[in-house]
Design a protein around this ligand. Sequence first.
Ligand code: SF4
Length: 354
Amino acid sequence: MTQPRVASKLLLAWYDSAMRDLPWRSTRDPWAILVSEVMLQQTRVSVVIPYFERFMERFPSPAGLDSAAESELLALWSGLGYYSRARNLKRAASEIVARGGFPATYEEIRTLPGVGEYTAAAIASISFGLPHAVLDGNVLRVLSRFLAEKGDIRNAAVRLALKQHAQSLLDPRRPGDFNQALMELGATVCLPRNPQCLLCPWRDHCQARALAIQNELPVNRRKRDPLKLNVRLSVVEKGGALLLRQRGAVEARLAGFWELPQLADLPPSASAELIGSFKHSITRHDYTVEVWRAARVKAPNGCRWLKLRDLSSIPSPQCPARRSSSPGSSDPPLCTPTVNGGIDQRLHSALFSG
Ligand code: SF4
């Protein structure tokens, strides 16, 4: 078994030369780290970068977000998906303001709304230099290969053992860099499929590589079949305005968001033609979305005409771009908009671009 100090030293030396230049890596401000970590949950780095920069420009501190309207926050977040994260971030901002500053220990950070063990450890280590190892999907994958761990990573005992190993490897002099290095290794080298072992700083110490089983790990037994769903959306325009439906304030998902009405929301007499379709996957739901252009109708209950030019300032569930923690993942794109014919370009980019 490789000495923890040796493994840690190799990893940090690799990170110093290979780390990507990302906007949240130029700061230790805990607010910026919190925002980046929340945005990065389930969303790939290249998608997050412009959102992060816009967000930090508008809300450089928790106080700004605390006093902002939720609708402005959701409009800024539109396209990132998982909107409960945005709402929790606002609640966390209010809590930080109420406490008179950002909490500075792992335990206190962990009590902020929406902050779990992983995020608390990331902030504690990166912003405050505290020795808390993180455990996310990348770290689980890298360590199960490094140790040739054949247990199921959904098993609590296996996760605990891997967490303890991450903690034993962590360099207490550079805990934030160590955590980021391990995640970076998983995101850029130790990829879910086809790990790039020849480029890996641990290539001579990795037990899975020595046994040639790196492509079989990690073991993850609970893979449920995706749920296939069909949706028929309608595009109804009237002189530069678009018919949109607002979701109810108490709906479980996307409460208060504006979206295209479904074809079934329109009066049965409305004529409509199919103009395209796209596929979109989120969590374990695979949507096939048909888009129908419908003739102008009287706005049904719950719908309103909104100007095309105003679409970017309202919360709307745009298709997020592909979500993956690993740029090398060969998963298919989650959102493949192919609706072009007959749709105004502003409408297309407002509703279907990530
Ligand atoms: S040697 Fe290969 S399998 Fe092992 S940690 Fe490095 S990239 Fe992953």
